[in-house]
Design a protein around this ligand. Structure first.
Ligand code: SF4
Length: 216
């Protein structure tokens, strides 16, 4: 895909949705960090349902620790991998208090050193909480980038690096949200909705659909 085509694609995403946002509900850097940890292999909807009550009783590292293992589990047991996530969240809260004054650190290396926080989670926090132009490549972005040929790669890291290289600079801050939302609602995994796709004429996928599935 050439640079001009990428430019037009992101212009269209911006026109359709000038201020894209994460669908995770949060009110602080800490709540965002916890929500993103919980969202691994879970839907944003299921995370929002759990955090609605969790954050009403514990929205700081200290309060989360007060809940303890069993208390935290009660709030997140509807979310996949909740045992491991409980352990990681409590260890992360301990580290935030002992090493970062109870604050979420802004540095990638520090974030990635926290239990349950990998490169993708760190990228989401850096982008959404701190306004860094990072690219958190999840399953949706990986699929959309490769199908469209906006950025091709065999691994999430390869796609991340290609996106950082090829997405026009003025679109980098929001590109992560546009691509996730596009993959979640239009360029879906099983059968993409090509007939109602706003970039269908620019996308370089060879197997575009000619009819939309009835459900998304
Ligand atoms: S045209 Fe189809 S394959 Fe290409 S981005 Fe749109 S929905 Fe995805």
């Amino acid at each position: 895909m050439n640079a001009k085509t990428r430019q037009i694609i992101f212009e269209r995403f911006r026109t359709a949705n000038p201020s894209p946002k994460t669908e995770l509900i949060y009110h602080s850097d800490f709540e965002l960090l916890i929500a993103v940890i919980l969202s691994a292999q879970a839907t944003d909807r299921s995370v929002n349902q759990a955090t609605a009550t969790l954050f009403s009783v514990a929205n700081t590292p200290a309060d989360m620790l007060k809940l303890g293992t069993e208390g935290l589990k009660q709030h997140i047991r509807t979310i996949g991998l909740y045992n491991a996530k409980t352990k990681n969240i409590l260890e992360t809260c301990n580290r935030l208090i002992s090493e970062y004054g109870g604050q979420v650190p802004r540095e990638r290396k520090a974030l990635e050193s926290l239990p349950g926080v990998g490169r993708k989670t760190a990228n989401v926090v850096l982008n959404t909480a701190f306004g860094e132009p990072t690219m958190a490549v999840d399953t949706h972005i990986f699929r959309v980038a490769n199908r469209t040929r906006i950025a091709e790669g065999k691994t999430p890291l390869a796609v991340e690096q290609q996106l950082l290289r090829h997405v026009p600079k003025n679109y980098l801050m929001n590109a992560h949200h546009w691509l996730i939302l596009h993959g979640r609602y239009v360029c879906t995994a099983r059968k993409p909705h090509c007939p109602r796709c706003l970039i269908a004429d620019l996308c370089e996928f060879n197997d575009k659909t000619t009819d939309s599935p009835t459900t998304i």
